[in-house]
Design a protein around this ligand. Sequence first.
Ligand SMILES: Cc1cc2nc3c(=O)[nH]c(=O)nc-3n(C[C@H](O)[C@H](O)[C@H](O)COP(=O)(O)OP(=O)(O)OC[C@H]3O[C@@H](n4cnc5c(N)ncnc54)[C@H](O)[C@@H]3O)c2cc1C
Length: 409
Amino acid sequence: MYDVIVVGARVAGSPLAMLLARRGHDVLVVDRASFPSDTVSSHFMQQTGLARLREWGILDRALAGCPPFRNITLTYTGIEFDGFADPIDGFTETYAPRRTSFDAALVDAAREAGADVRENTAVEDLLWEGDRVVGIRAREGDGPAYEARARVVVGADGANSIVADKVGAEMYDRHPGGCFIYYSYFSGLDWTGAHHRTGFGHEQMGAWPTNDGLTLVATMARREKLRSYRRDVEDNVAGTISRCAPELVEELRDTGVREERWRPMVYPDNYYRRSAGAGWALVGDAGYHKDPFTGQGMSDALKHAGLLADRLHAGLSGEQDLEAALAAYVRERDERTHHTFRFTLAISELELSAEWDAIFRAAAASPEYTRKFFGMVAGGVPGEEFFAPDNLAWLFETTGMSPAPALAG
Ligand SMILES: Cc1cc2nc3c(=O)[nH]c(=O)nc-3n(C[C@H](O)[C@H](O)[C@H](O)COP(=O)(O)OP(=O)(O)OC[C@H]3O[C@@H](n4cnc5c(N)ncnc54)[C@H](O)[C@@H]3O)c2cc1C
């Protein structure tokens, strides 16, 4: 009998298992993957996520071989932000570590902390006593199915979570995903910092340095373009980049060498899921997912693993009623993410409202607000502060730019 079984061993699952094991709890963590293992993700980390890794003493190993960057060029339909956030939790740089090495480092850290980590192990069902989840039925490879029991089963098993499915965790605040992505890894590119460019035709490109001297190059477009896009990926990718970042396309064609296959994905919906109940909880994408535009998924998964570990510890050690502790975790997660969720929804359709267009234009013209903008995207400046009416009034006054009619009244 374990205290906690965690299903899924990537960004949410392994840190949760590690933190609980460090506090003396008996933890089993299973994943159907064997690590190192890649997954679909453009893996841009935010400073707030890096801070969690540093706090847990696993920053260096998670980022091994990955170069930092300290500049972001972000364009949005003709508006250009160039710079970086003021230090967040002491970080003046950020990283985009390959998931193969990043996730493997997290799995190793969970194992070192004393968690029972079982790879190549798929969960097929949950065990119940009445309406309470009491364990899992799992299988290693083609081996026989077996059962394991715990006081709490946590689904850290991603957007298509089997735990969420089996407990019937319904979604709320659900919004359809807007875009699809094609991405790959190139050698031979010497682009400074990160590029995040949204063009006028509901399309976007992103590029940032990662492990092994490679640059991740991605293009995104609205879902309705997928059928025509996939007919000639190479040509469409080059077309998107030439429209969104014309100064980069020549180097891509002349010196860039694509080292891996194109990875396509239609984005899952944006949603929250009911994330706690009798004997179970959800963390990471299993419980909360938003468009990758704002690059918050991994950092949120780390932050919420930390939050859930604290609450679970309180519940398991008897400091707090277990169910109340889990409910508090969900409440805090939702409160802390509400604004980023709305911000992500607002910009991920790749078109700004007149009001936001005016705010972004003025912000890009102000060095101070540009840093604030990058700080907000990185999760270090609360959206409430960025959009506070007094702050926006100051922004429009100092830049001499005019707010859209909705704000002027
Ligand atoms: C195209 C794309 C680009 C993205 N780009 C970024 C980005 O730039 N920055 C960022 O921060 N985030 C990004 N994200 C989001 C980020 O990848 C996720 O938020 C993050 O991976 C969530 O981590 P997780 O641990 O919750 O789930 P996952 O990473 O999905 O891991 C879930 C794990 O559960 C395991 N599992 C599932 N079912 C079972 C089962 N039945 N039995 C056993 N194991 C199981 C899987 O094998 C997997 O290893 C992107 C996402 C997408 C789709």
